[in-house]
Write a new protein. Structure first.
Length: 182
């Protein structure tokens, strides 16, 4: 877990430093119909300083906006990186994630930071196994069900250029601005 140093407003972005001295920032969210959201993200080849900074900023942005998950293209970087933060599960960073197993089906309700003011009912796998690498470039495999499985499927879809509203069977409905989004 990262411990935070101090914060200040810098060039109109909120910038902070962790105890390793890495600069992190709250990143603006790209919103539909921004073409980056339709793009297929590229695989990450190696973990370097710029990838570490991006991951740090994605986690900080996730906390700042109280979201359940965030994919790199949503903050302007078409790279295969997602962060998921579900209460009691902690923050999960996945680089080059892939769903390797799906089990069951369930109808769930979800929203997306990149599609404000809407939510939808969508069929997702009930449980998934996802493999990828963590922020230390270590191979990891996550077995998930419930909200975590839903968030992983949603964020991995972003890396393929797919939004939940793109699934043909999704029933989309409007919500009041500012209501909870996944
Ligand atoms: Ni989303």
């Amino acid at each position: 877990m990262t411990r935070w140093g101090w914060c200040k407003v810098y060039n109109s972005a909120l910038v902070s430093y962790n105890f390793c001295g890495v600069i992190m920032a709250i990143l603006p969210i790209r919103v539909f119909p921004d073409p980056i959201l339709k793009q297929k993200s590229k695989r990450v080849r190696t973990i370097d300083g710029s990838v570490q900074r991006l991951i740090g900023s994605m986690i900080e942005t996730l906390h700042y906006i109280h979201a359940a998950g965030l994919a790199a293209p949503q903050v302007g970087f078409p790279l295969r990186i997602i962060v998921v933060g579900i209460p009691e599960k902690g923050d999960i960073v996945l680089i080059n994630p892939e769903v390797v197993r799906r089990k069951g089906e369930c109808l769930v309700d979800e929203g997306c930071l990149s599609v404000p003011d809407y939510r939808g009912e969508i069929m997702r796998a009930e449980a998934v196994t996802v493999k990828g690498r963590d922020q230390n470039w270590k191979e990891i495999r996550i077995k998930a069900d419930g909200l975590l499985a839903q968030a992983l499927q949603h964020e991995i879809d972003h890396l393929k250029g797919i939004l939940y509203i793109d699934h043909p069977e999704t029933k989309i409905y409007k919500i009041e601005p500012g209501e909870a989004e996944l």
